[in-house]
Every structure is written in C-alpha cells, then in structure tokens.
Design a protein around this ligand. Structure first.
Ligand SMILES: Nc1ncnc2c1ncn2[C@@H]1O[C@H](COP(=O)(O)OP(=O)(O)OP(=O)(O)O)[C@@H](O)[C@H]1O
Ligand SMILES: O=P(O)(O)OC[C@H]1O[C@H](OP(=O)(O)OP(=O)(O)O)[C@H](O)[C@@H]1O
Ligand SMILES: [Mg+2]
Length: 304
C-alpha cells in the first residue's frame, strides 16, 4: 500500500509544501535544517520521513490550507497571502476558521497592494468608488473595500492581473508586489498595502491531541532555534576588564554575552551571539575599542 493511501496515520506528521515555485526550495531547506530527511517516492509527490516520522506532501500552494482543513495533512508552508485569503473567504461564507498561522518563517516576503494607473493623481481610497479592481485575492480585497465603505466591482483573475487595466478589464489592480517591477512595466503604481506577507507555517486552529502533538512541539522547538540563528554568528574575543563597558555598545544585536575570566591573567574572554551582520568594519571598531583575538564562528544549531 502506498504511504499516501494509508488512512491518516496519527503517529506521523504530514507537512504540505509547494511542489515547485518560490517557496519550494526554502521550505525544504528550513525543514532540513531542523534535522528532517526524506526518501522521495517515484512520483515525487510524497516524501517519506526517514530521520523522524515527518512526511512531506508536495502540492500547489493554493491547496495547502484546504488540505489542513480536511485533515489530509497536519501542517503546511504557505504564503500568508494564500492562508488569509482562504480564511477570509471561509469566514465570509459563514464557515469557521479551519487553519491558522503557527509561525512566520522569514522568507517569501511580498505585500498585497492596491495599484492604480501611473497617470492617476491618488487622493485616497474613496477614489475607488464605482471602479473595477482586478485581483487573485477577491476575499481580502472585498473585506478591505467593505472596511473602507467603498462600493467597487471585484474582477477575479487567476494570473497576469497587472495587465487587466491595459486590456480594459479593470481600472485598478490588487496583487502581490515584491520589487515593483511588474507594476512599473504595466504603468501602474502601488497606493495602498492590504497585507504584508511572507511564508508561514500553517496548522490547525487547535493543537493535536495525539502522538502528533509531541512531534509538532519538537518541530516548533527546532524551527524556533533555526529561525533565531538564521544570519547569526558567534563572536568570541578577549579584552581587559576596563575595556568591556566600551565594547558592549558595539554589540547591540547580541544576546547577553558570556564573560569568563582568562586563566592566569587579568583578561576576560567574551562570547556573544550576534543576530546582525558581523562586518569587517564592525570587527575593526571592536578592535579599536580594545577587543583582541576576534573570532567569528558560524552557528549550526540552537535549542533554547
Ligand atoms: N514577487 C512575488 N510574487 C508573488 N509571490 C511572491 C513573490 N515573492 C514572494 N511570493 C510568495 O510566494 C508564494 C508562491 O508564489 P509562486 O509564484 O511560486 O506561486 P504559484 O504560482 O501560485 O505556485 P503554485 O504552482 O504552487 O500554485 C506567493 O503566494 C507569495 O506568498
Ligand atoms: O513586484 P515584482 O517583483 O514584479 O513581483 C510581483 C509579481 O510576481 C508575481 O507574479 P509571478 O512572477 O509569480 O507570475 P504569475 O503569478 O503571473 O505566475 C505576482 O503575481 C506579481 O505579478
Ligand atoms: Mg498557486
């Protein structure tokens, strides 16, 4: 029997991620950094967890919230934009929320923005009254319009939204913006942000009440550690006791440093986990302030 056909095995955790697309590789990399590894099936839609009982389901991102709602998978990595669109749609239809954001993951950043033709002199949301707005996010747009008290027609498109004004299908658009290049190429300008988005770990509204709970808790602990040390470096150096007060302000992004007495002399050894960039300039500033023997080390893992 294939692992997918097995009736929900409640002692394994199943995580849905994008099969291909922007979030596919970073999602896998993040989960791998939490110690997960998989044996891929021949169809490459299901990956059997080898190091831990945590399997992957490779799907279209739009399907992930529904898979969680239906209990087909337990967790998913998906854009907040997709998750909130589908949750807003459910609630607008009188249904209860069936999934929620568990963690923001720090990649896949973009925003859902309203954009109008460059030629418009933007005077505010009231200007949208009576217009047609093209979007792939009809629920989020409708909710925002209702909140602003604006009566506009929502034109739902599944892609290539930015071209709608040129084609005469709409007056304005509401779509994802990252660099802004697509808007500019279509002579549009962003005027309002409806949602700041990034990839998130999505899960059910309530915690698991079986063996998956322990697995999910462990995954969250590891994820939190991985997210915390992302871009972090361990900085080690020695300094005289008198120099330390002048050195600490140069480490504003560091967790409280560990300070140790160096055996046999009056020096102190300091060890600080820095969450910001440790640049050459910064090392030179520390040296000038009295740091000696500066060492910058990569951080492989962290468990709080
Ligand atoms: N510039 C961007 N444009 C669109 N989405 C972005 C951008 N930057 C980050 N994202 C995020 O990446 C997610 C996935 O985008 P992608 O274009 O891969 O989706 P897709 O074409 O719907 O893929 P799928 O084939 O899985 O349906 C988006 O939902 C969004 O959260
Ligand atoms: O601000 P930018 O950096 O230009 O990015 C925004 C564009 O990227 C996405 O489209 P994508 O390239 O994924 O194409 P598609 O959604 O039409 O498939 C999104 O739908 C915008 O069109
Ligand atoms: Mg999609």
């Amino acid at each position: 029997m294939s692992p997918i056909a097995t009736p929900a095995a409640r002692d394994r955790l199943r995580i849905a991620i994008q099969k291909s697309g922007r979030l596919a590789d970073p999602a896998r990399a993040l989960l791998s950094s939490c110690g997960l590894s998989w044996r891929e099936s021949r169809d490459r839609l299901f990956c059997y967890g080898e190091s831990l009982p945590v399997d992957l389901l490779l799907v279209r991102d739009d399907d992930i919230p529904g898979l969680i709602a239906d209990g087909v998978c337990d967790l998913g990595v998906v854009g907040r934009n997709v998750l909130q669109e589908q949750d807003t749609d459910r609630r607008a239809g009188g249904r209860a929320s069936a999934f929620r954001e568990w963690r923001a993951l720090g990649f896949g950043g973009c925003r859902l923005a309203l954009a109008v033709p460059e030629a418009w002199a933007w005077e505010g949301p009231a200007q949208l009254q009576g217009t047609r707005i093209a979007t792939s996010y009809p629920a989020l747009l409708a909710q925002w319009l209702a909140g602003e008290g604006i009566d506009a027609q929502v034109v739902q498109l599944s892609g290539s939204v930015e071209i709608a004004p040129k084609l005469g299908q709409a007056d304005a658009v509401c779509d994802l913006v990252s660099s802004g290049a697509t808007l500019a190429a279509n002579q549009l300008k962003p005027v309002m942000t409806l949602l700041e988005s990034e990839a998130v770990l999505a899960g059910p509204v309530t915690a698991f009440d079986d063996a998956r709970r322990e697995l999910a808790d462990m995954l969250l602990r590891r994820l939190d550690g991985a997210l915390r040390i992302r871009n972090s470096k361990l900085l080690m150096f020695q300094a005289s006791r008198e120099a330390v007060p002048g050195l600490l302000p140069l480490l504003p992004d560091a967790e409280a440093p560990t300070v140790m007495q160096v055996d046999g002399c009056d020096s102190l050894a300091l060890q600080a986990l820095c969450h910001g960039a440790v640049t050459w300039q910064r090392l030179e500033d520390l040296k000038r302030a009295g740091a000696r023997g500066l060492l910058v080390l990569p951080v492989e893992g962290m468990l709080a």
